[in-house]
Design a protein. Sequence first.
Length: 239
Amino acid sequence: MISRRIFATTTAAALVATPARAQSRAVLVELFTSQGCSSCPPADAVLTRLSQRAGVVALAFHVDYWDYIGRKDPFASPGGTKRQRDYRVTFGNSSVYTPQMVLNGTVEFPGQDEAQALRAVASVASTSGPDITMVRTSSEVRIELAPASVPGEMAVFGAVYASAKSTRVSRGENAGRTLTNSNIVRSFGVLGDDNGDATAISWTPKLEGAAVGGLAVWIQPKTLGPVIAAASLTLGGAA
C-alpha cells in the first residue's frame, strides 16, 4: 500500500537552501524493471540516457515478482510492484510485464524501445499543470505549487531515488553479468493534495543505506492516470 507520507531525515550536507523549479515541459518517465529479467538491461540503459535529457524526470521502479527465478533484486520493492499493477488496471492490460515504460501516466510500451521513448517524450509533454518549486533547507524540502486549473483533486507524489549502481549478478537470467541501474526509486508515496490552489508542503525524505541521487515530485490522480506536472532535484550525497 502506498504510504501516505514519507518521514525521516537526510544529511544536512545534502540539503542546502537551493531552489529548483520544474521545467515547463517536464515529462515523468517510469521504468518498471528487474535485475531478474534478461530483457531489462537494454531498457535500463535507455532510462539512463533519458534521465540526462532536459525536461525529463526519470524513475526506475524495480519489481519483485521475478525474484523467484533464482536471485532477489536488491532494489525490488512491493510498492513498485503495486504501482505497476495499478497501471495495469489504468491501461486495461491483461497482465504486467518487464521492462515496461510509462510516460506521464498516459502512454506505455516495452522500455527497450528507445525510438518510441523519444517520440513519446515529445508527444506527451504538457504545460497544463502548476509550476512546482522545491526548496531545500538543512532539515526538509519545501514544495510550493503555484495556483493552476487542475482536473479535480490531484495527489502530490514524492520519491527518493538512488544514484547509479553497478551490481554483479551471480544467479538467474542475468547470471555472470554486471548490471548498471540508475535513478532507482528507494521510497515513494503521497505527500499531499493539489486542488488548484497555491499549496505548500513540507517533506522530510530519507534514503537508507545508499547514495542519494535526488528527489522527484509529480502531480497525478491517487488512482494513477495523467501526470500534469513533474520536477526533480539532484542531491548527490549519502544518507
